[in-house]
Design a protein around this ligand. Structure first.
Ligand code: ZN
Ligand code: ZN
Length: 321
């Protein structure tokens, strides 16, 4: 909460959506997709994977929430301070910080601007399906302002989440369709969140998404059928894998091993959520994508350096960085 709020008041400003109180009145999106079901067996994983393979090749965390990571770790300095405090390796090239909570766009809040002003930080902006009910024309205008920033690389995360049902389904669907068109309008990549909503995700994307749009389907954990449909219908769609890939019993492992080619893979911590083995239970942050890359290389049977190079190239293809 205390991270460099910059000038201006935090409270009482015109908010454009929802209105009222503090900075985090909205549903914080939760991505604990597999956490409970993967609690068991973790002891065994810790044994298996305490040794992760690392590389000197450059890497980027393509999806995290730096503001929430800072809150959770009570970090009040810059990202550079955070990097130093957590001994990031020299080949860490950056992180895409995703802002998808309406409060992030209040004109008086400078958190995203302060973060993007730093070296190695890029931004993606949109409204999470949990908060779809707060989507208004005014809020949309505020998000549009972020698109002009030279380090803005994407619109999102947006999509459908029928697991928590924090916004009605029909509202989620309308707001998702509208945000796809915004990504197209601003020529940005689209970051999609889809949980327990495969059929409708496909339907809305088919109806609104140009075939060649750059899409990052983040925190992917979908069915084999959904994975194949997305992969075949959208040639510039990439699948983002989180720390869940490092859990020995996770269904994601099969998707990476057997279905999705390396040329369509991205790595993301989705920090502060989904910390990979061997960091289970702690706050995930960008450096931990190394664990995901290590698991990915094992699953693909590729040398670790090559895995880093392929994923880095995919990141450039989607985000231009
Ligand atoms: Zn998400
Ligand atoms: Zn996220």
């Amino acid at each position: 909460m205390s991270y460099r709020l910059g000038g201006g008041e935090e409270q009482g400003s015109s908010r454009g959506a929802g209105g009222g109180g503090g900075q985090r009145q909205y549903h914080q999106h939760q991505h604990q997709h597999q956490q409970s079901q993967n609690q068991q067996g973790n002891r065994q994983q810790q044994k298996q994977q305490t040794q992760i393979q690392t590389s000197h090749e450059p890497f980027i965390d393509t999806h995290c929430h730096l503001d929430i990571i800072f809150e959770r770790t009570r970090h009040s300095g810059s990202f550079q301070d955070f990097i130093e405090k957590n001994s990031y390796p020299g080949n860490f090239e950056g992180a895409i910080s995703v802002f998808c909570d309406p409060s992030a766009f209040s004109p008086s809040l400078r958190i995203w601007r302060d973060l993007l002003a730093e070296d190695k930080v890029y931004g993606s902006f949109g409204i999470h399906p949990h908060n779809a009910k707060y989507y208004t024309d005014i809020l949309e205008k505020q998000i549009e302002e972020t698109m002009a920033h030279p380090k803005t690389v994407a619109w999102g995360e947006c999509g459908l989440d029928y697991h928590y049902n924090n916004s009605p389904h029909d509202v989620q669907q309308k707001v998702f369709a509208r945000q796809i068109l915004q990504a197209v309008k601003f020529k940005k990549a689209l970051v999609v969140h889809s949980r327990d909503a495969e059929e409708d995700t496909l339907k809305i994307m088919r109806a609104n998404c140009p075939k060649d749009l750059k899409v990052h389907l983040h925190c992917h954990g979908g069915s084999e059928q959904f994975t194949r449909a997305m992969m075949n219908e959208f040639p510039n769609l990439f699948f983002g894998f989180t720390g869940a890939l490092t859990f020995s019993n996770s269904p994601q492992r099969k998707l990476v091993q057997n279905i999705i080619p390396s040329e369509r893979l991205l790595v993301e911590t989705d920090g502060p959520y989904m910390a990979p083995v061997p960091y289970r239970g702690s706050t995930a942050h960008p450096k931990m994508v190394q664990s995901i890359l290590s698991a990915m290389a094992d699953l693909k049977g590729l040398p670790i350096d090559e895995m880093y190079r392929i994923v880095r190239k995919n990141t450039k293809t989607v985000y231009g960085i």
